[in-house]
Design a protein around this ligand. Structure first.
Ligand code: HEC
Ligand code: HEC
Length: 252
């Protein structure tokens, strides 16, 4: 009682104003400002809110499900995903909550921070599936399924499957559970996209059992040493027209 009494006497407007000032000061303080400590220290401190789930350097939780790997993914891609969580186009309650209050400038800094982290890939659990299922997975990743108009995964994610700067993520080093969960999310529109819905088209054309097959095959591959997304100029195959930003998104 005696402890809470002085608090109660503080006018509510003052408390609200104080909270507002602290909040905006925290958001406005960018590492570029003179008074701020050097960039890495500041950001390292700020990303503590993220590393509890995503690992101290964004290496991801052991099964990727508690928090997928962020380290080394293309910065533009990470930023886009953060924006999707903010707009609710990508649905995941804890993620939507942590990014709700963050400014676009701050999100960009965080995305660039994690994109720059260079940590070894974890050894992932090998899913127990038959050889036949593994073969089907490999077939889809490397050749697609023309009978269902499923394009090969490597036609967009790159022959090395390591993605391209600035927007195309790689598909290696991700767990079976994470990949299959994402493919289901695209089918159910809980992970949507602005503009062309590339992965929605791909995931919806697959058989349900193909989700298991591609996820198992991809999770079973060892990422190349020093895996990084390739520069955009390394792309030899253009993205299909329906998956290009600014296109009508109409699929053949
Ligand atoms: C409570 C745990 C938790 C916290 C805290 C958390 N995340 Fe996440 N994050 C997740 C999970 C789980 C997913 C996967 C969601 C899904 O399945 O769509 C995710 C997904 C992401 C993705 C998409 C990754 C990809 O490859 O598509 C980004 C980017 C991300 N988080 C960044 C952050 C940042 C930045 C913070 C801190 C501001 C943060 N996260 C805090 C659990 C968390
Ligand atoms: C037509 C181009 C295209 C094809 C083909 C394609 N993808 Fe994608 N993929 C994308 C794009 C674009 C994104 C980024 C999606 C976003 O912004 O939400 C993506 C993202 C992903 C991600 C998310 C990575 C992460 O870190 O969260 C996974 C997993 C994925 N694709 C798996 C696949 C698989 C498996 C196949 C083959 C069956 C495939 N993709 C075929 C364009 C493609």
């Amino acid at each position: 009682m005696t402890i809470s009494a002085p608090r109660r006497s503080l006018p509510r407007a003052v408390v609200v104003l104080l909270a507002f000032c602290l909040c905006t000061a925290a958001l406005a303080a960018t590492p570029q400002s003179d008074a701020a400590p050097p960039v890495p220290d500041t950001l390292q401190q700020r990303v503590v809110a993220c590393t509890s789930c995503h690992g101290s350097q964004g290496e991801g939780s052991p099964d990727s499900l508690g928090g997928p790997r962020l380290a080394g993914k293309p910065a533009g891609y990470l930023l886009q995903q953060l924006a999707y969580f903010q707009s609710g186009q990508r649905q995941h309650a804890p993620m939507e909550y942590v990014v709700r209050q963050l400014s676009p400038a701050y999100l960009r800094q965080i995305a660039e921070y994690f994109a720059k982290q260079d940590v070894p890939y974890r050894k992932l659990a090998v899913p127990a599936v038959s050889e036949e299922i593994m073969r089907r997975g490999e077939e889809l990743v490397l050749h697609g399924d023309p009978s269902r108009a499923v394009p090969a995964c490597d036609s967009c994610h790159g022959a090395r499957l390591t993605g391209f700067e600035p927007m195309m993520p790689g598909v290696l080093g991700l767990s079976y559970g994470y990949i299959s969960q994402q493919l289901v999310s695209w089918r159910t529109h809980t992970r949507a996209a602005e503009g062309p819905y590339c992965m929605g088209v791909v995931a919806n054309r697959m058989r349900e059992s193909d989700i298991n097959a591609v996820s198992a095959w991809l999770a079973n591959q060892t990422p190349p040493v020093g895996m990084h997304p390739q520069p955009a100029s390394a792309r030899t195959e253009p993205l299909p027209g329906w998956c290009v930003m600014g296109s009508s998104g109409v699929t053949p």
